[in-house]
Design a protein around this ligand. Structure first.
Ligand SMILES: C[S@@+](CC[C@H](N)C(=O)[O-])C[C@H]1O[C@@H](n2cnc3c(N)ncnc32)[C@H](O)[C@@H]1O
Length: 323
């Protein structure tokens, strides 16, 4: 195993033994749900940088896989929707994290009458070689783990998620991304990388890694400020700004003309007809917004018309639209 992966294990061994409130997590509030009481320890061990739990992904009684379990907060949130034995599989490589999470689940059981610990099947395993059968999962999620991986390992981790997902299954992820260059000194600092500070890559590269593995559709659901690396605290001459994103990748067949990537663009037709039909499956009703993937946005723009407005990416996509 590469030494940065060992360092990562060490960092999270410590974070399991002694909760570290400032580690990874963002200040976005953890959403409350009716009848769900989140144990305090799970909040203190929230080492994620967004949310991967979306009720609209969780229809049709899905089997859910969650890789890199932390204190179990999102496992519990997924169980809230799944509520069946073994409905959520949690995988983590760090023994101490597995133990802490199991302990936290006992607290969750004491404060949530609907919850049974056997709703969650906690397994020891590596994101790079998942202990999960091929095509057995409907929703696979990870929060703030994959950004730590170097390119080859990130590819492996994404391939593993792709392997275990059923056709049309969804990979839901939250990770930091960074558009700026980082020095080798920052990149190679194993501890900073493990702390989710110096492994992040530009969003378009992150999306390309996902689509290169075969996911035919990608949705960018949210993007928000995450951290700065400032010269007074880190070995950098420039202020480096890091964001965090929430992304969903769908194991759709890859379209012949490339993946559909939704970044929150919208097309609005404002011509004199009732609608605009591009005869490629896209019908724009007059003055009605249609969410479009970047590929469709580009194709509509290329028509050079003066009666179609295309918005910029809002980095907020919540379903529907062209593809
Ligand atoms: C940044 S924490 C995120 C925890 C959790 N997802 C959350 O949002 O609170 C990373 C998690 O991944 C686990 N981990 C680290 N390396 C791993 C690997 N190679 N395979 C599986 N889990 C790993 C750590 O033990 C830790 O639980």
């Amino acid at each position: 195993m590469e030494s940065y992966l060992e360092t990562t294990i060490d960092v999270y061994k410590q974070a399991a033994e002694k909760p570290d409130v400032g580690l990874c997590c963002t200040t976005t509030p953890v959403w409350a749900l009716p009848g769900l009481t989140m144990p305090k320890i799970m909040l203190e061990m929230n080492y994620g940088c967004g949310s991967t739990v979306n009720p609209r992904d969780l229809v049709n009684d899905p089997t859910i896989l969650y890789v890199g379990i932390g204190g179990g907060m999102e496992l519990l949130q997924f169980s809230y929707f799944s509520r069946k034995k073994g409905g959520v599989i949690g995988v983590d490589i760090v023994d101490e994290m597995l133990t802490a999470c199991k302990e936290n689940m006992k607290e969750a059981e004491a404060s949530n009458e609907w919850f049974k610990p056997d709703f969650i099947d906690i397994r020891k395993g590596n994101a790079l070689s998942l202990p999960v059968e091929d095509e057995s999962i409907d929703i696979a999620a990870q929060n703030c783990l994959f950004n730590i991986f170097k390119a080859e390992d990130l590819k492996l981790a994404l391939e593993e998620m792709y392997r275990v997902l059923k056709p049309r299954g969804r990979l839901v992820m939250s990770d930091p991304t960074c558009e700026q260059e980082m020095s080798d000194e920052l990149r190679n600092d194993e501890r900073l990388r493990a702390l989710c500070l110096t492994g992040s890559i530009p969003l378009k590269d992150y999306i390309k890694m996902i689509t290169d593995v075969g996911f035919g559709t990608v949705e960018v659901r949210a993007k928000r400020a995450y951290r700065v690396l400032s010269p007074n605290h880190y070995p950098t001459d420039d202020l480096i700004f890091i964001e965090s994103v929430e992304v969903c990748a769908i194991k759709d067949p890859m379209p012949a003309d490339g993946p559909c990537v939704f970044t929150g663009k919208t097309a609005i037709y404002y011509g004199n007809e009732d609608c605009f039909d591009d005869h490629k499956g896209h019908i724009l009703l007059t003055n009605q917004p249609l969410a479009v993937c970047d590929k469709t946005a580009g194709a509509l723009e290329a028509l050079g018309r003066d009666d179609i407005y295309i918005s910029d990416s809002t980095w907020f996509y919540d379903g529907g639209g062209c593809c």
